[in-house]
Design a protein around this ligand. Structure first.
Ligand code: NAG
Ligand code: NAG
Ligand code: NAG
Ligand code: NAG
Length: 305
């Protein structure tokens, strides 16, 4: 068959590619939501927010994203190492804190009253007060605040850790120490406690038979999520937030639309949830497929002419 139409397929193919490209451009790569959902590699979901007006108002102004995520308390900005949204816990690390391998001048760990109430250190986070004076309240009147956990006594720290051996060397005996919970640190500053250093460790339930060198140092916070019907907003494709003036709850649907409870169909940020993304992608695939079938039909009909 001698047919000039044989030149057609490439041009039809080109049309098809252009069509697909146009279709794909409709899928926004950047989220429409005014709320950032990552800081570095740490995912930011409700109840937390980086941008003012995002997340739950209770957690307002607690975070700072300067390359890394920082949790801010009156005693400093602590690097957030991880957030577990299922277990509702967040691990922070105080770079100025002493650990088994490094001795640093003491400073207090202080949280605001709101922080102590909604995101306090977890039950399995233990504070170790070290090099306490014999007059320390935790050795006298408040002795009962000290405990041993998983078979460990705080004296082990002096023997096992290079950083803490110095206390032992200077006095040729082990200065008093105390394993205690956050509440002790909350109500008594290090000056009142009369201990020169502290360290903290978490996941203490699993440390039976594990030496101090292998303990995990840092602070695990356990947060509560206000029950405000955020699920409904998220399912509609929005991000939960609040009015920055009144702190009244809002469902942030896009940079131009807010709603009180949930987003109207089609206004939600497409990247806010995988679910809301799916229908649009199917729609676009159907469009592409439709165009393709149309092209093929056209091609065939032209051939038959
Ligand atoms: C955020 O945290 C960093 C890290 O400590 C700190 O240097 C910076 O001042 C903080 N930024 C704000 C806006 O608070
Ligand atoms: C341990 O505490 C004593 C006071 O109780 C202090 O004089 C000494 O400097 C402390 N040791 C270190 C290494 O800071
Ligand atoms: C912790 O263990 C040490 C050493 O085994 C022991 O001397 C101390 O009395 C224990 N402290 C508490 C509060 O049980
Ligand atoms: C939606 O709410 C956010 C957070 O309060 C605010 O920054 C934004 O201006 C609001 N947008 C509209 C269109 O009202």
């Amino acid at each position: 068959m001698q047919q000039p139409q044989l030149l057609k397929p490439p041009s039809i193919f080109k049309h098809f590619v252009i069509l697909i490209t146009l279709q794909l451009q409709e899928i926004p790569i950047v989220s429409l939501s005014p709320c950032r959902s990552f800081c570095g590699s740490v995912p930011i979901n409700y109840p937390f927010g980086l941008d003012d007006g995002c997340g739950a108002p209770q957690f307002r102004h607690m975070f700072n994203c300067t390359n890394d995520l920082f949790f801010q308390t009156p005693s400093g900005a602590y690097k957030v190492q991880s957030i577990d949204y299922d277990k509702k816990s967040m691990v922070i690390y105080d770079p100025a804190m002493s650990t088994c391998s490094i001795l640093q001048p003491h400073h207090d760990f202080i949280m605001t009253d709101v922080q102590s109430a909604i995101i306090p250190p977890s039950q399995d986070t233990v504070f170790a007060l070290l090099n306490c004076s014999i007059d320390s309240p935790v050795l006298n009147h408040y002795k009962y605040l000290c405990f041993n956990f998983s078979g460990h006594s705080c004296n082990e720290l002096y023997g096992s850790c290079n950083a803490f051996r110095v206390f032992h060397l200077l006095t040729n005996s082990s200065p008093p120490c105390c394993f205690t919970s956050y509440n002790t640190v909350k109500f008594m500053s290090m000056n009142i406690l009369d201990c020169t250093h502290y360290t903290s460790l978490f996941n203490t339930d699993g440390l039976r038979g594990v030496g101090p060198l292998d303990w995990i140092y840092g602070i695990k916070l356990s947060f509560s999520v206000p029950d405000t019907g955020c699920e409904k907003c998220r399912k509609s494709g929005g991000a939960c937030g609040f009015d920055t003036d009144t702190e009244g709850l809002l469902c942030l649907c896009s940079s131009t639309t807010n709603s009180t409870l949930e987003c109207a169909a089609g206004t939600g940020s497409m990247m806010a949830s995988g679910q809301s993304n799916a229908p649009r992608i199917f729609y676009q695939l159907a469009m592409i497929l439709g165009s393709f079938v149309y092209m093929v039909m056209k091609f065939i009909s032209e051939f038959e002419l």
